[in-house]
Each structure stands twice: as structure tokens, then as C-alpha cells.
Design a protein around this ligand. Structure first.
Ligand code: NI
Length: 180
């Protein structure tokens, strides 16, 4: 297993659309192991392949307190969504930014499991939010895209300043239960 580098906003590679996984093989399973390790090490509750610069439709999630209930969704598709929930989101790829986003409260998603078999997940609340946030990543979309233009302008300025500063500063450590 290995920890992978997580791309950070405003990196343009976060805007690339991921391609479906054709074969769930050992290479994919190895990538899943690395992504889980990376997510746990970063104290995140979700991570999409796009965030580690892999253009494959694949995501990992663990919203459990004990951090021992990983979900691995390959080629996930939301086939049903209902209700609305507004919750505060953060993202491993957009450090230090938290804001409210409205999403479906309950979803049903189809996906392939680690053996390449079709599977289904029914989710609500935080898990449902997380699945939607991660699928957005696979489509090149970030949670900040849902914020007002004014907020996004401020964020872009802050992110650019940070990129200029980062050469001579230690990396920030931020611990949040909602980094997805
Ligand atoms: Ni995210």
C-alpha cells in the first residue's frame, strides 16, 4: 500500500472527467487499497480517484466513527434520489474551506464491487451526501461550484495566494470529520 498525493484546488486536473473502469482487476484493487490508506491518513471520509490524479470512475468512503466500514464504489451511478438536505461540507482537495451545500437526502446507487459484480447501495444523510460529493469529483465538479460567485472569487484569490506561499511554508494539517 502507498499514500497518494491529493490534488488541491485550483489544480486543473480536478476538472477532468473520469472514464468508466473496464476491468476490475488487481491493478484496480491495488489502487483502491492506496486510496483507502490515503483517505484514512488524511482524516477524510471520502476520496475519489480524480483527487489522486487517476481518471477512473472509482471512489472510496468511510463515514463510520470507528473508521472500519469502507465503501468502495466502482462506476457508481445514482439511479434514484429524493428529499433535500443542506449540510456543511469540506473537501480534501479544497483545504480550509467549509460551506453548506444542498443535496438529495436519500439516494440509491448502482456500482461494481471489488470482484466486478453489480451491486447497489441505499444511503441517506451523511453517506448520501458523501456519495454525491464524490461522484461530482468524477465529473470534474467541486463542492465550491455550488457556492455564490462572490464566495468563489474570494476562494480563488485565497487559493492562488496559498500556492505562491507554499514553497516556504510547512503544509497545513487540518482535521475534520467532514473532509470528503
Ligand atoms: Ni471532495
Amino acid at each position: 500500500m502507498a499514500r497518494l498525493a491529493i490534488l488541491e484546488y485550483p489544480d486543473k486536473r480536478l476538472r477532468l472527467k473520469a472514464e468508466p473502469v473496464e476491468d476490475v482487476d488487481d491493478e484496480i484493487r491495488g489502487l483502491v487499497s492506496d486510496m483507502l490508506e490515503t483517505m484514512y491518513a488524511a482524516a477524510g471520509i471520502g476520496l475519489a480517484a480524480t483527487q489522486v490524479n487517476v481518471r477512473k470512475r472509482l471512489l472510496v468512503i468511510d463515514v463510520s466513527e470507528a473508521r472500519d466500514e469502507p465503501h468502495v464504489l466502482i462506476n457508481p451511478v445514482i439511479v434514484h434520489a429524493q428529499g433535500k438536505i443542506s449540510s456543511e461540507e469540506g473537501c480534501l482537495s479544497v483545504p480550509d474551506v467549509f460551506d453548506y451545500v444542498e443535496r438529495a437526502e436519500q439516494i440509491r446507487a448502482t456500482y461494481l464491487d471489488l470482484d466486478g459484480r453489480p451491486a447497489e447501495l441505499e444511503a441517506e444523510d451523511l453517506l448520501a451526501v458523501c456519495v454525491q460529493h464524490e461522484i461530482d469529483h468524477l465529473d470534474g465538479k467541486l463542492f465550491v461550484d455550488y457556492l455564490s460567485e462572490l464566495k468563489r472569487q474570494r476562494l480563488r484569490k485565497k487559493a492562488l495566494k496559498k500556492v505562491r506561499r507554499s514553497a516556504n511554508e510547512a503544509p497545513r494539517q487540518s482535521i475534520s470529520a467532514r473532509l470528503i
